[in-house]
Design a protein around this ligand. Structure first.
Ligand code: URA
Ligand code: CA
Length: 433
């Protein structure tokens, strides 16, 4: 086989076989296929696409390019959740304890990474003593015992995807449904999931800005999952504004605690219940989504979801007393209110720009060596559709430095008021199975 012939084949819109895709991924991973040929192929895929079988074959070739995690020692169906990324998305912190409380095993491998706020691990490290540096067998023991544990990313997972994503980033080939769907699914499958629930975000703060694009991506991922024997479902959810009120690490832990108590923001609660119901259903702990939802609502109402969070934190060295005393989480030295300059209705909260404001405060990493300030961040006081009077607080800014004028300016530019009444955005657009 010659790579040049395979590039030409895809350029001409033909279908690559499983063996050809395997040859490409093997060669690219080990270095016998150079970046310039892989770039040309990526561009051909960008224009000509891939059919369902090709996408499934590409996904599995990337899964097999490195280590895979074996979770077979954990009893039950391991369901993983993946979000395509948003701002202030606290659902992972809520969902873990919530579905664990009804018996779904959650074996979460998580990362830090760049972004507006830290990753799940950074957020959890707001809890004194909590750590994810545990051995694999301890991880498995904890999931079997408590139904929930989080471990740091380890091993050499999907090296082909890492290399290809870096190449796509500099060759204008990121925005390809075939390449995005196989990239995301390869990582979930390598991490050992038996079944997968996807939260595909749509709107200004999301990777996919329109519903049509989000639906297409969701369908592509669901089809890959189902084609390779991992039952997969997707929810299309709104990311035209940040989810919940909190954007920051300790602030989101507090928001997750509130939600597990049944006192969280409406949108975060609803999305957590929706995604959670799908997880419980795929784990075969309920016969229908309705039954699953009722179980989760009960776990919130009777305190078992909150208890599951405490047990999980304590098992990994965390001081679980913060669940009852969230004021013991890291606190910022200063708070400032962003006051509305006029009366009106909130019409837009540009999610990614507001996320960047949180990052400037130190809530997220601008570069991989940045140090996160766990206490820093934002609490939205108003969401789209809310009425505002001049002088009302739109946002509370939590900061460890005194001059937040640049942050205020950014927030004023990206929280837009209208004199006319504004409808609240629809939170959940569609469910795809
Ligand atoms: N996220 C991924 O993991 N891969 C992509 O290709 C795009 C977004
Ligand atoms: Ca939030």
């Amino acid at each position: 086989m010659r790579m040049v012939d395979l590039i030409a084949k895809k350029r001409d819109g033909l279908v690559l076989t499983k063996e050809e895709i395997q040859f490409i991924i093997d060669g690219f991973t080990e270095g016998s296929i150079p970046d310039y040929q892989m770039s040309a192929l990526s561009m051909a895929i960008y224009f000509k696409g891939m059919n369902e079988q090709e996408r499934a074959d590409l996904t599995m070739a990337m899964v097999n390019s490195g280590d895979t995690i074996d979770l077979s020692a954990i009893e039950g169906i391991k369901v993983d959740k993946h979000s395509t990324g948003g701002v202030g998305d606290t659902t992972t912190l809520v969902l873990g304890p919530l579905v664990a409380a009804v018996g779904v095993p959650v074996a979460k491998m998580s990362g830090r990474g760049l972004g507006h706020t830290g990753g799940t691990i950074d957020k959890l490290e707001s809890v004194e003593g909590f750590h994810v540096e545990i051995e694999n067998d301890e991880f498995i023991r904890l999931v079997n015992k408590n139904k929930l544990a989080v471990i740091g990313q380890s091993g050499n997972l999907t090296p082909a995807d890492k290399k290809l994503y870096a190449l796509r980033d500099v060759t204008a080939t990121v925005d390809s449904i075939a390449l995005i769907s196989s990239s995301i699914m390869s990582k979930k499958i390598a991490a050992g999931a038996d079944a997968i629930v996807l939260d595909v975000k749509t709107g200004a703060g999301a990777f996919m800005k329109t519903i049509d694009d989000s639906v297409e991506l969701a369908k592509a991922m669901v089809s890959i999952g189902n084609n390779v024997g991992r039952q997969t479902m997707a929810i299309i959810s709104d990311m035209s504004q940040p989810l919940g009120y909190a954007i920051g690490n300790a602030l989101e832990v507090k928001e997750a605690i509130d939600t597990l108590k049944g006192e969280g923001p409406e949108d975060l609660t609803e999305l957590s219940l929706t995604l959670g119901s799908n997880m419980v259903y795929l784990a075969k702990k309920a016969d229908s989504l309705e039954e699953a939802r009722t179980m989760l609502e009960k776990a919130i109402a009777d305190g078992s979801a909150l208890e599951s969070f405490k047990v999980f934190l304590a098992a990994q060295g965390g001081d679980a007393s913060v669940v009852d005393r969230p004021e013991e989480l890291p606190q910022a030295k200063y708070t400032f209110e962003l006051e509305a300059k006029e009366d009106g209705y909130v019409s837009e909260i540009v999610a990614d720009e507001v996320g960047t404001a949180a990052m400037i405060l130190g809530a997220g990493r601008a570069t991989k060596d940045s140090v996160i300030d766990l206490a820093a961040g934002l609490m939205l006081r108003k969401k789209i559709g809310d009425e505002v009077k001049k002088g009302d607080s739109l946002v509370t800014i939590y900061s460890n430095f005194e001059d937040v004028s640049a942050v205020k300016e950014k927030l004023y530019e990206n929280i837009i008021l209208s004199s006319e009444k504004v409808e609240k955005p629809v939170l959940i657009h569609q469910s795809i199975t």
